[in-house]
Design a binder for this molecule. Sequence first.
Ligand code: C6P
Length: 410
Amino acid sequence: MLSTKTIMDIETIRKDFPILQRKVHGKPLVYFDNAATSQKPKQVIEAIEFYYKNYNANIHRSIHQLGEEATAKYEEAHQKVADFINADSYQNIIFTKNTTESLNLAAYSLTSNLKKGDEIVISQMEHHSNLVPWQQLAKQRGLKLKFIEIDEDGNLDKNSIEKNITKKTRIVSLTHVSNVLGTINPIEKITKIAHENNALMVVDGAQAAPHMPVDVKKLDADFYAFSGHKMLGPTGIGVLYGKKELLDEMQPFLYGGEMIREVTFGDTKFNDLPWKFEAGTMNIAEGIGLGAAMDYLGKVGMKHVQQRDKELTNYAMKRLKEVKEAKIYGPEERGAVISFNLNNIHPHDVAQVLDSEGVAIRAGHHCCMPLMSVLKVPATARASFYLYNTEKEVDVFINAIGKVKKVFGV
Ligand code: C6P
């Protein structure tokens, strides 16, 4: 049954996604692995194809028509991303490979000036991409890494936030939405606390930017990282937003061609923002593809995407709670992610039986091994939704769970 509440015409949207027409094991594909990567609309696929067929050239160096067209489109994509998150200008937008590279860039550059004993605060629910870089740099540079704890509901523990962020804190780095629990963290409030303590705020927006309106001015975070491939764009392109005064001060992460203004045998003057952080030949087609994804999401409207995600997630939560063997992790109020386990059936077995019914979910530790230890499980099954999913697909998913129970005799 299609929701009558939503303003989006889901059937029209679905027609833009060629892959949704395919079958898996003879069954219509139900793609519920959107937190891993989203599917791509034909508008994005065609923008990439059009670039390669019509104006493929390197950017920022070739003084010919093709080079100028490619440069203009690539730069325009930065502006589209800036508009999408309400940044001041394209100068705040650095293209990277993915969220992981964005967070590494932030971590390397921001920790270079810290001194022994300075503190970095993250949380127990961080993805490895927002944990391992800080952990390794803390070890190398003698910094202290602290973790905000989560409460029983899967929210950040309020007392633990207050206890951990202190005058010794130099950097706070938190996920906006958890890829396991679906928790939506109060970034605006925590940014305020970080700034009151003179600490910088870095946000991992990998699971937020695709699903809700993000306003970097309102959040007031200093850095905001996300991936194109989770928001209808191609793989190989990610974003690091940063406040201009901080990016101006920061040392580049990668050195080489294109990030320079002038080089002598003795020294180098760096390029303007954001190119100072984009060394070498970048993922041009992917950047242009991300621009097309911004256009698509902009047309649908992120408020509508958020509302639709909420409707569908609420419906899936309601249906999954009817399965008495299902244990659901995370709070009631959540993003478009539901992690669960079925009695003690291994989540890989759950995913495999669902796959045989055409339903694609993810099972495993979701790159959050420390969080799994807090939840006291080795792994979970996880269904995650996006704007093209339907209630009817949720029903197929629930029926397929019935098959899992039958196969494993629970
Ligand atoms: N999570 C998932 O299935 P990359 O791989 O760099 O595009 O994104 C990393 C990343 C960082 N933070 C969060 C909160 C994420 O969810 C992810 C990616 C995928 O949950 C792949 S592990």
